[in-house]
Design a protein around this ligand. Structure first.
Ligand SMILES: Nc1ncnc2c1ncn2[C@@H]1O[C@H](COP(=O)(O)OP(=O)(O)OP(=O)(O)O)[C@@H](O)[C@H]1O
Ligand SMILES: NC(=O)c1ccc[n+]([C@@H]2O[C@H](COP(=O)(O)O)[C@@H](O)[C@H]2O)c1
Length: 343
């Protein structure tokens, strides 16, 4: 069902996204939608961040925020709704994981094409087999605490609750189906009527089914290169049918991997590369190491997560030995296939 409903962005709208991306990378303004003179500068509005999220403080910003929010909503009309999903270990979740969502949302809004409607964090299944991976029960609880401060990023433990490790494309298919059904329930439409609407113009934005894009760091894009880790047809499905938002990580820039891969290059217009200019090398591995050594991790992850880690004494020399002699599940599957072929 989802394959009918989804389409590569570059195939629609006469390649407008391509223009937008080129416009952005060259510093040109992306083309405006609906002729509004400032429709792309949604997030450059100084009141914007105050109008999102917190919003509980009663002060003079209230009336100002109302105006800004109203303006913000007006600017979001006719945009393609997008949900972003990040799959990973989150062992533990760090500030950078949440920042990744903020960077991606800013970027997509600034294209003038999309409205990001939600973020989803999907912690990997315990059977993934990664060294030092603590149980999903703890990783999910930590993500839950971290997300208390976000009004748009959510967590979905579906992946972690499956019997086995699940390939990322399956996770995307599952969440796309959920989104698709939620959309129709909300609008009181049938999935069939939406297929026709998808071909129609975007003026009826409420009726446009949301897209789901995979959000990841450049290191994940780099692993696409490893044929034992990812199947080509899965990579193709991810970039063609869903789309990718990839954040640069340290000095790892995704453009090279896109250029060097035929599949990624072919679907490059469905890959959004976002540069994080505020460089930091924050990773869950660094956090676990510091914790094992009794060093402070304050300001690298939310206080509520640090409290949880301390209460449950999660990261120790022992926990780091989890799966130490294990092969990653995707490699294992490939390995057994090669053995069968050799027999
Ligand atoms: N500093 C960062 N910059 C950009 N992306 C990041 C950063 N940290 C994590 N990510 C991204 O977040 C997602 C989830 O990552 P994951 O849970 O594996 O965290 P990690 O910090 O890379 O973990 P580990 O150090 O254990 O490998 C991945 O797509 C990863 O690329
Ligand atoms: N073939 C696949 O679908 C495949 C292969 C390797 C990793 N992954 C996913 O990528 C993410 C990587 O997480 P880590 O960076 O923590 O290893 C995980 O969610 C994992 O399930 C998927």
């Amino acid at each position: 069902m989802y394959s009918v409903a989804m389409m590569e962005e570059g195939q629609r709208g006469g390649g407008r996204q391509k223009e937008d991306l080129e416009g952005l990378s060259s510093g040109r303004r992306p083309p405006r939608r609906g002729g509004s003179p400032s429709s792309y500068s949604v997030l450059s509005n100084p009141g914007e961040s105050a109008s999102r999220g917190r919003g509980k403080g009663i002060d003079l910003r209230l009336s100002f925020n109302f105006g800004v929010r109203h303006q913000h909503c007006a600017k979001m009309i006719n945009r393609i709704p997008v949900a972003l999903i990040a799959c990973g270990s989150f062992n533990p979740i760090t500030n950078m994981h949440m920042r990744m969502f903020e960077l991606a949302r800013d970027h997509l809004h600034q294209t003038g094409l999309y409205e990001v409607i939600k973020g989803i964090i999907s912690p990997v299944n315990d059977r993934y087999g990664k060294k030092g991976l603590v149980t999903a029960k703890h990783r999910v609880a930590m993500v839950q605490r971290a997300l208390e401060t976000s009004d748009w990023i959510t967590q979905d433990p579906w992946e972690s609750q499956q019997e086995q490790w699940v390939e990322t494309v399956m996770v995307l298919r599952h969440h796309y189906n959920v989104l698709f059904h939620q959309h129709h329930t909300k609008n009181g439409t049938s999935p069939e009527s939406s297929k026709a609407l998808k071909q129609a113009d975007l003026s009826n934005a409420q009726s446009v089914a949301p897209r789901l894009k995979l959000l990841c760091g450049a290191d994940v894009l780099k692993t696409f290169n490893n044929p034992n880790l990812w199947k080509d047809e899965h990579i193709e499905e991810i970039v063609q049918k869903f789309g990718l938002v990839c954040i640069s990580r340290g000095d790892v820039h995704p453009q090279r991997f896109i250029y060097e891969s035929d599949i990624l290059f072919k679907h490059r217009h469905n890959i959004h590369v976002v540069t994080e200019w505020i460089l930091n090398d924050l990773s869950a591995t660094h956090i676990r190491r510091a914790l094992r050594r009794g060093q402070s991790v304050k300001y690298l992850l939310p206080e509520s997560v640090i409290d949880y880690i301390q209460q449950h004494n999660i990261y120790t020399a022992e926990s780091e030995l989890q799966n130490v002699n294990e092969m990653l599940q995707p490699l294992k599957a490939q390995h057994s296939m090669i053995n069968v072929l050799n027999d």
